[in-house]
Design a protein around this ligand. Structure first.
Ligand code: 13P
Length: 252
């Protein structure tokens, strides 16, 4: 049985003080689901230290939104996996479609970053998803296959079982247009099939696959009740305590 995992991706929102203030409220609002749902938030880098302090002793974990693949060196403006681990980060979101589209990230680059994250003792949330043009051209499953295989290539089943994959159709992100539970379940089941090929059926059954794209309290129950939807990666609705807690409770 896979434990549900809801992660808030705050993107480029909230200062360190705003993050701390929100998390002081959030920790109380989600404390009742402690064993049933795993919860994480991914503030911007500048708010991670304050966030770590604000969630200390709670059931909210810390995630980062990206990292560099190298441990240290002349990479102006970048942040390494070790630096994140040192702040108390447990999860790193990799290959988000905004990073792919705006910062030219590739599957090969995501693959290198996963290695760095594992080496530092954290776990990846690997994002995949098709654009509207790709969906309309009937290429959704092919695009997702290429992304999953490219990003996860070379990792052992033992490591892979602990990974999280997030299916985020690009056309559903920040648009208010959610994939129907049927559309999402189709892709999630396809991803689980790919993981079976890549590793083995047991491992594929252990991997949690989150859905992301305009998840709100009022559509979360329906999405999260699908067989292969094991949680959510939440953008806009993760910025308000009531909305994010509402999504967590939809599963808890
Ligand atoms: P929205 O929930 O704002 O659509 O964003 C989804 C997302 O990109 C999470 O990573």
């Amino acid at each position: 049985m896979r434990r549900a995992f809801i992660c808030g991706n705050w993107k480029m929102n909230k200062t360190a003080s705003e993050a701390a203030a929100m998390l002081r409220d959030l920790r109380g609002a989600v404390s009742m689901v402690r064993d049933r749902v795993e919860i994480a938030v991914a503030p911007p880098f500048t708010a991670l230290a304050a966030a770590a302090k604000a969630i200390e002793g709670s059931n909210v974990e810390l995630a980062a939104q990206n990292c560099h693949s190298q441990g240290s060196g002349a990479f102006t403006g970048e942040v390494s996996a070790e630096m994140l681990k040192d702040l108390g980060v447990a999860w790193v979101i990799l290959g988000h479609s905004e990073r792919r589209q705006l910062f030219h990230e590739t599957d090969a680059g995501v693959n290198e970053k996963i290695s760095a994250v594992l080496k530092a003792g954290m776990l990846p949330i690997v994002c995949v998803g098709e654009t509207l043009a790709e969906r309309e051209a009937g290429k959704t499953l092919d695009v997702v296959s290429t992304q999953v295989k490219g990003a996860l290539k070379g990792f052992s089943a033992a490591d892979g079982a602990r990974f999280v994959v997030a299916y985020e159709p690009v056309w559903a992100i920040g648009t208010g247009k959610t994939a129907t539970s049927r559309q999402a379940q189709e892709v999630h089941a396809h991803i689980r099939g790919l993981l079976t090929e890549l590793w083995n059926p047991d491992t594929a059954q252990q991997v949690r696959i989150q859905y992301g794209g305009s998840v709100k309290p009022d559509n979360a129950t329906e999405l999260l009740s699908q067989t292969d939807i094991d949680g959510a990666l939440v953008g806009g609705a993760s910025l308000k305590v009531a909305d994010f807690a509402g999504i967590v409770k939809a599963k808890g």
